[in-house]
Design a protein around this ligand. Sequence first.
Ligand SMILES: Cc1ncc(COP(=O)(O)O)c(C=O)c1O
Length: 413
Amino acid sequence: MKQKFPINEIRSLFPALTIKDHEQVFPIYFDGPGGTQMTQACIDRMLEYISTGMANLHGTFSTSIRTDRLLEEARQAVADLLNCAPQEVAFGQNMTSLAFKVAESLRSFIFEGDEIVVTQLDHRANVDPWLYLAKETGAEVKFIPVDKEDLTLDLSNLDELITSKTKLVAVGLASNLTGTITEAERLFAKAKKVGALTIADAVHAVPHFPVDFQKLGCDIIFCSAYKFFGPHLGIAAIKAALFEKLPVPKLQPAPNEIPFRLETGTQNHEAIAGLCGAIDFLAHLGTGEKASEKITTGMQRLERYEQELSEEMEAFLKNIPEVELYRAPEKVKKTPTFAFRIKNIHSREATRFFADKYNLCIGDGHFYAATMAEVFPVLESGGWIRIGFAPYNTFEEIEVFKQALKDLILMKS
Ligand SMILES: Cc1ncc(COP(=O)(O)O)c(C=O)c1O
């Protein structure tokens, strides 16, 4: 049975949903995995910060003191979101830049002959920084393969992949291409047994289900606020004991304590203010006493609704003979993200048709899950078409997409 979900109320909190195109058609944002729309609470916080006086940190005057407090509030909000300590939270330009920074600082932890394990399923932002680290240190790289049938990570040879030589294991919690939720906890537990450092890319996970840094058992986790209704801002949480030891490149007079040591230069304070609003939005959907409980229960509510949207979409796509769907089987947990191709139609042609005729915002290509595009050689015909839901999407929007896809197939037949 479908849950009662306050979809109209939720939609009213996303002003971008009301901006019609030149033909007076409302946009349908099915590109959540590429970046969601910003919630009003986020916009309000950004505007408030910008319009009431901006400042740099550590001053004696009110706007500076307010900015210091803002950063504290934002670190606490991320701590509530990810179940980590506020001093473990560092901000940066985006996930990719933070990952490269961390890779640079891990150079003194990795040596020639060591092994680094990454996956074929991941976004390259959780691969290339560690490949760079391997190149700089002389370490070997091993890829956990993807099971081509199941679109899950193939862990059948795990004992050969993670060995006593393994020094770093980087795994995405959920695929931004196929939506597959990985067995990251199992992989991190195995990596910890051999004393390896563990890294989680939670960029596609945090928008869709509660993520618990403690429970995952990893050392570093990354996410990106623009994927969960916030601003363009990268977030890293690093276990304090490791963070304190990281030899990060920094200015000599800048603070050396965690988390400031990773935050080179002045941060994007307005985006950090917006992040507080985005996390507030999640908390307001939930129940409980503590902020962390509210966020978790709020996320669970969104997750249930998105799963209902997913069921509808999956049932439809599976029944269209021209559609080649890249989706893990029922037993595998998945985010509401669908990768597919349409027989004999270039993916870009399809998404252009959807955009031009229906104002449907749908992506195409490899979405930086570029190793997957080597495993499945699809790029010549435009890669995949990707639909990803956010909690502001509706069943009515799915109906529009169904019609659009049928029209396209008819037109090309
Ligand atoms: C799973 C995943 N990881 C990492 C990234 C990179 O994030 P950012 O754009 O913040 O660098 C993305 C962006 O699409 C992503 O989907």
